[in-house]
Write a protein that binds this ligand. Structure first.
Ligand code: UDP
Length: 467
């Protein structure tokens, strides 16, 4: 048997007052037709990273909506996860290839996991490359299989992609975070674009009393009388923690006593994290204002919540990024962000809300200083950022997108490209959950809605292209 993850119970009704009623009503309506449908979400780890974060909310909410949903994880040894991390890096454009031994190990462990999948489902969502070969190796049976890709695969290493591609041919559909991420020779016809979202009611994101948040950070050694910047992310080269340290050192020349916290979780499927963790620890050894925390030293959801709530600026200096849930998490707490212009980050901070997008270390330092010294600017950017998150990046919207996809798939209907819905942004592919207040454009007698003015402007430049 694969590992079964129990994520507890949740109720979709608790989101009333936070998310537009229209979204929640549409969600219940869509779910009505899917009552009793058996869904499996399959991934590599129950904690650490965005996928686990999403499933912890989605799976119990699916059950609340009347579907029968389960969450399982595959198992593998350290060598297997070393191989899958190489695949992950290569799909994001990394140079390292896989030798025959690594390919064979991936296949062997995948076969073992495929053999451990015993139950039958109507639809199976397989997340990311770690469990990707399971439908081919297990056999599809009567299930529909959907590959959910959370990473930026727009420019993959051709060797590794050419080899991995064969395992994806069995899928009935695939979901990407952004249209740009779909590789040109992707072997699955049915595609859907669905950006992830955060759960405003999870312990990571619910409103923490200010005194509690302060107590938590003081307990961890943070000096609240001094300014604080924080990056919350796995210790991963694509998240550029070394770039953050450099930017912090530059910014500190202008902001006395500036503190930096690097908060990183160690995931089961990420052995590379340990090497980066050690390098960062060594960097901080002689700096009493630089802190490194992990889930292994007591950082859980509440601590992350406190850091995101009380930091003066949240930094996310990613070079490559799938989506970057941490951006929406920070903005939801009205904390301004300085972030790398990568993957799904600009989508969350479109129209200049939330803070600043940067392309280099000096620019990152510059914008950190700007936000630290102009509190009003920082407050206004963060407030606008929170509203963008409320409208676009909360979990009920994501679930509505996914249930619409399931409904189409189970009815044998084609997905996007043929079945755009009226509330969809034709540029980024995202569903616009509150169309009444969204930017629009007219073309050929039809009104199109957009998630942001950036998408609206791109559409207006070349409407033929997007229709
Ligand atoms: N996270 C955490 N503790 C940490 C570091 C990260 O709980 O020490 C969480 C973070 O809050 C977010 C997720 O892990 O919910 C990371 O998701 P994201 O999409 O930003 O990046 P990924 O790790 O999936 O590349």
């Amino acid at each position: 048997m694969l590992n079964n993850i129990d994520a507890g119970e949740r109720s979709i009704d608790n989101y009333r007052g936070i998310v537009a009623d229209e979204v929640l009503d549409k969600l219940r309506q869509t779910a009505k037709d899917l009552k009793g449908l058996r869904i499996l979400h399959l991934n590599a780890t129950p904690f650490g990273g965005g996928v686990a974060e999403l499933l912890r909310s989605i799976v119990p909410l699916l059950n609340d909506l009347g579907l029968v949903a389960e969450w399982k994880t595959i198992t593998g040894n350290q060598d297997f996860f070393q191989v899958t991390k190489t695949i992950h890096n290569a799909l994001q454009g990394g140079k390292e290839s896989l030798n025959k031994e690594a390919q064979d190990l991936y296949l062997k462990i995948s076969q073992q996991n495929a053999a451990m999948l015993e139950e039958a489902y109507d639809i199976v969502f397989v997340h990311d490359p770690q469990p990707a070969p399971i439908p081919l190796l297990h056999g599809k049976g009567d299930s529909l299989w959907v590959w959910r890709c959370h990473i930026d695969t727009s420019n993959p290493n051709p060797d590794v992609w050419g080899w991995l591609r064969q395992w994806l041919t069995a899928y009935d559909a695939a979901i990407f975070t952004m249209a740009e991420f779909v590789p040109p020779d992707f072997p699955v016809q049915q595609l859907e674009i669905i950006p992830p979202a955060i759960d405003p009611l999870s312990p990571k994101n619910f409103q923490l009393a200010d005194t509690t948040a302060r107590q938590v950070l003081e307990w961890m050694g943070i000096k609240l009388k001094y300014p604080l910047i924080t990056q919350v992310s796995r210790f991963d080269p694509w998240k550029d923690p070394m770039g953050v340290i450099e930017a912090y050192r530059l910014a500190r020349k202008h902001v006395p006593n500036l503190q930096l916290a690097l908060v990183g979780s160690m995931a089961l499927d990420d052995p590379e994290g340990w090497d980066i963790y050690k390098t960062i620890l060594a960097e901080g050894e002689t700096d009493p204002l630089m802190y490194v925390f992990t889930n292994l030293t007591g950082v859980g959801n509440i601590e992350v919540n406190a850091f995101q709530s009380l930091s003066d600026v949240i930094v996310q200096k990613s070079i490559r990024e799938g989506f970057g849930l941490v951006i929406s998490e920070a903005l939801w707490k009205e904390t301004a962000v300085v972030a790398g212009r990568a993957g799904g980050i600009p989508l969350q901070m479109a129209d200049g809300v939330g803070g600043y997008l940067v392309d280099s270390v000096p620019e990152c330092a510059d914008k950190i200083v700007k936000l630290l010294t102009d509190k009003e600017l920082s407050f206004n950017l963060a407030k606008a950022g929170k509203e963008r998150v409320r409208q676009n990046f909360l979990i009920p919207r994501l679930m509505l997108n996914e249930l619409s996809l399931i409904k189409n798939l189970t009815a044998g209907k084609p997905l996007i490209r043929k079945s755009w819905e009226s509330w969809r942004d034709h540029v980024c592919g995202m569903a616009v959950s509150e169309p009444a207040s969204a930017p629009t454009a007219e073309f050929n007698g039809q009104t199109y809605v957009f998630c942001s003015k950036v998408c609206q402007a791109r559409f207006q430049e070349n409407p033929q292209h997007f229709t």
